[in-house]
Design a protein around this ligand. Structure first.
Ligand code: P6P
Length: 338
């Protein structure tokens, strides 16, 4: 019976990636092993985040726990877990984390061919109020086989071989692209497995939602201000868009991916490069948006064509439904001609 088959034919993320790997006979399974270690890290963080509220309740988070040990802040703990999991995979050679000022160069005996850039717990300031937060990651292949250098990290986003995020919310959702298409998996806590629940995600071509921190409006440049004005007071007779802003990138981007619309973190007079980081926020989310049929723009260029000059560089970002991003691109192009 089809229903039974659906229930018993569990497409786990591991099986899904192995299927993908079988399409590349030349691959040695390294990516599958790397991804399984990222998935392990996400399962750990999911458990820790879910306990965080309780931990705070019984006075563990951020203070000393019953053994009198200093309880690490969740974002530091998450970072430790991901760094250790990635190194122990034996498939990485450089790691860049939002939590670490410098890149981590894996020592030769444990070195592999992948560069992983990640934010272990993006939006962690939202933990105490229970808002969804997430892990964001991007994966490059090293550019050359000799001694790895930062040159292997400072690559344009379009060179990524995979990108994804894991959102820790009412459910634990892992969204991944390995280059073609975007697929979503939901953690089944009883199995401890991520099951395929959102096959082949496509973002609607146009949406009814805009997502931006309106509190920065006084500092916006002309095109952003004009675009938001059009969202609120459309001049073509269409209805105005709704504003939805959670202030946690993974949550705002996940909603945009599934429902359509546009997410904006523009430059402003205070922060000329915006706030979001190129390698482990802008690139992975732009990679996913393009492979789901949307697009991502920096105000000057296609986001994935940006070549970062340092590992914590920031960039303005406008991403989401294709037609919605086209509108703001036109406003920036028109400004360029003034
Ligand atoms: P603002 C969270 O701190 C974060 O890095 C992203 O997750 C989020 O999109 C953004 O900052 C929110 O920034 O300035 O609107 O509070």
């Amino acid at each position: 019976h089809a229903a039974d088959a659906h229930r018993t034919d569990l497409m786990t993320i591991t099986r899904f990636v192995l299927n993908e790997q079988s399409k590349h006979p030349e691959s040695r399974g390294d990516f599958t092993i790397l991804l399984s270690h990222i998935v392990l890290g996400c399962k750990f963080v999911c458990t820790a985040v879910n306990k965080a509220g309780l931990a705070k309740l019984i006075g563990l988070a951020g203070e000393t726990n019953v053994q009198g040990e200093e309880q690490k802040k969740l974002d530091v703990l998450s970072n430790d877990v991901f760094v250790k999991a990635l190194i122990s995979s034996g498939r990485t050679c450089i790691l860049v984390s939002e939590e670490d000022e410098e890149a981590t160069f894996v020592e030769p005996s444990q070195r592999g061919r992948y560069v992983v850039v990640f934010d272990p717990l993006d939006g962690s300031s939202n933990i105490d109020c229970g808002v969804s937060i997430g892990t964001i990651f991007g994966i490059y292949m090293v550019k050359h086989s000799n001694e790895p250098t930062l040159d292997d990290v400072l690559q344009p986003g379009e060179n990524m071989v995979a990108a994804g995020y894991c959102m820790y919310g009412s459910s634990c959702t892992f969204v991944l692209s390995t280059g073609v298409g975007v697929n979503g998996f939901t953690l089944d806590p009883s199995l401890g497995e991520f099951i395929l629940t959102h096959p082949d995600i496509k973002i609607p071509n146009k949406g009814k939602i805009y997502s931006v921190n309106e509190g920065n409006a006084k500092n916006w440049d002309g095109p952003t201000a004009k675009y938001v004005e059009k969202c609120k007071f459309p001049t073509d007779g269409s209805s105005s868009k709704s504003l939805r802003y959670i202030g946690s990138m993974v949550a705002d981007v996940h909603r945009t991916l599934l429902y359509g619309g546009i997410f904006l973190y523009p430059a402003d007079k205070k922060s000329p490069n915006g706030k979001l980081r190129v390698l482990y926020e802008v690139f992975p989310m732009s990679f996913l948006m393009e492979r789901a049929g949307g697009q991502a723009f920096t105000g000057k260029q296609r986001a994935l064509e940006l070549v970062p000059k340092n590992i914590h560089e920031r960039s303005p970002i406008f991403l989401g439904s294709y037609d919605d991003v086209e509108e703001i691109k036109a406003l920036y192009a028109a400004e360029g001609k003034e």
